[in-house]
Ligand binder design. Sequence first.
Ligand SMILES: [Zn+2]
Length: 243
Amino acid sequence: MKKALRQYLGAGIWVALGIVVAAQPVFATTPLSGAACLAQAYPDLGEPLDYGDELQTQMAQTYPLEFRVPGPQEDPGRVRSEPFFKALYGATREQVQAQLVAVPWPPSGGSLLFSSRHGAAAALQRVGAALAPQPAAAYVRHSAGTFHWRNVAGTPRKSLHAFGVAVDFALPRQLGRYWQWSGCKEDKHCPYPEAVFRDAQMQDVVRAFEQEGFIWGGKWAHYDTLHFEYRPELVGPRCKNVQ
Ligand SMILES: [Zn+2]
C-alpha cells in the first residue's frame, strides 16, 4: 500500500492548502477548494497529494445538503478515483479486510464491519449513537451489507463497499429504491422516486449520516436510496456546496 500511495501522491496539494490557510483571516467563511477539502478530510494520508485530473473530476459535482430531485447526470460523489481509494483503504481484498473492525450499531443491537482507516468506523459509530433514540432508528435496523469486494453492478469500477466504507440498509415502506431495479439505463433519464425524500424519518437518517461525513445515494440521478458511504471530502466543514 505504501508503494501505491507514493506512486499516486505527488506534491500539488500543499500549495493550494497554503493559499487557503494564508487567506483565512480575511475570508474565514470562504468554501475550501476541492484539493483543500481532500486534505482536510484525510489529514493522516501522510504524504502530499497530487490533485490530478481524476481527483478533480471526483470533486467536480457539488453534493447538495437539501432534498431535491437531482438533475440529469447529477451524481455527486458517484464518480470516484479508484487509485485514491485503494491508497486510502487498501488495494486488495486482504488489505481492506485487515483494516475492518466491528462497529457497535445500537439501532440493531448488533454491529457492522467497517474500515477503521481515516475515521470511517468512528464516524459510523457516532451515526448509530445519534439515531438510536430517534424513531428513525427503525429505518436502519436491518443492514443489507457493508464490506464486499466487488464492482459497481454492470461496471468495471470498484464499489466503495469494496473498501469497507459503505453500508446499505433494508429500508421499510418501499423506500429502498435503486435505479437499475426500475429498468433505467445509465445514459437515459430515470424518473426519480420523490416519495423517498419526502419521508420525514428518511430525512432524519440522511442528515445523521451527512453530519458525520457520509453521502447518501438518494441524491444521485442514478439513485441508490439504500446506500450510504463515507466521503468526508464532500460534506466536511466548509466543503459543503463547494463549486
Ligand atoms: Zn451500497
